[in-house]
Write a protein that binds this ligand. Structure first.
Ligand code: AMP
Length: 284
């Protein structure tokens, strides 16, 4: 694996790959890698000649400064995992390489209502930060294929929109969520949970499962309220438990029994904010 910290040398290396006719798969991360990240790298490996992983804890997407400061960093372990999974290139840029003109006055992206619902509503500015970093990374890497996790469902929608806006030549692949044996979605933030919180954390996937199993056509609020109450009983402070159209993320108060549906939740255990979602299989 080759490690790059600066833009110019990685661009030269990738130009060479392209001249040799090698396709490039890209997996952007914020590090503290776990098996969920590795599954994206494996998907990239299967479909490309070379795999690039980036590790960059992007300051502009953290609306909460203490979340940024406490974001887990496990660089040595990450590098070992990347070597084991045969990643060709690690891009570990300095902040000044990503934002050479500083982080003020960065562009604003037209992502519409995605910015005002769910994660957008509870993390103001978060998706502008995601667009800023992803636009820059995508322009540097110019990958054929980009691999992101369904775990961050709304983020995938935002990046899809970004690719439309920028007309960059990269195709987005959304990969399914890897879970711990009890059902908790793997996340770098899980390492910040105390043992007692870790036990309670599984409730978030349990209530999403229950919503998926019990959803009937009609008003969705009784099911959502009951799920929220279960989270509160397990010690969570809930941001949202919602149902949305899986294709466009429009919130669903009343399901017609036909629309494809995704159930999404975000809630705090202590200081740690967890998110998860599940797609409801159609044909109910
Ligand atoms: P992060 O490092 O949290 O920014 O995540 C980097 C990428 O890994 C994003 O595309 C995430 O959606 C994806 N990811 C995070 N957790 C999981 C998981 N449990 N399963 C699959 N992909 C994941």
């Amino acid at each position: 694996m080759i490690l790059f910290k600066q833009v110019e040398p990685i661009q030269q290396a990738l130009d060479k790959f392209r001249q040799e006719g090698r396709s490039i798969g890209f997996v952007p991360t914020m590090g503290a890698l776990h098996r969920g990240h590795i599954s994206l790298l494996e998907a990239a490996q299967k479909e490309n000649d070379a795999v690039v992983c980036s590790i960059f804890v992007n300051p502009t997407q953290f609306n909460d400064p203490s979340d940024f400061e406490k974001y887990p960093v496990t660089l040595e372990k990450d590098i070992e995992l990347l070597i084991q999974s045969h990643t060709n290139i690690l891009f570990l840029p300095y902040v000044s390489e990503i934002y050479p003109g500083g982080t003020n006055n960065l562009p604003n992206y037209e992502i519409g209502f995605l910015e005002t619902i769910l994660e957008g509503k509870y993390r103001p500015g978060h998706f502008q930060g995601v667009c800023q970093v992803m636009h820059r990374l995508l322009e540097i890497i110019l990958a054929n294929n980009l691999y992101m996790g369904q775990k961050d469902y709304q983020q995938c929608m935002v990046v899809k929109r970004l690719l439309e806006l920028t007309q960059l030549p990269t195709q987005l692949h959304t990969c399914s969520t890897l879970r711990e044996p009890d059902g908790l979605a793997m996340s770098s933030r899980n390492t910040r949970l105390s043992p007692a919180q870790r036990e309670q954390a599984v409730t978030i996937s349990r209530v999403l499962n229950e919503i998926c199993n019990n959803l009937e056509p009609g008003f969705t609020s009784p099911l959502l309220q009951s799920a929220e109450q279960k989270l509160v009983n397990a010690g969570f402070k809930v941001d949202y438990v919602s149902l949305a159209n899986a294709d466009n993320l429009e919130l669903l108060d009343n399901w017609d029994g036909q629309q494809p549906v995704v159930a999404l939740a975000a809630a705090y255990l202590g200081e740690v904010r967890l998110i998860d979602n599940m797609l409801i299989q159609s044909g109910k």
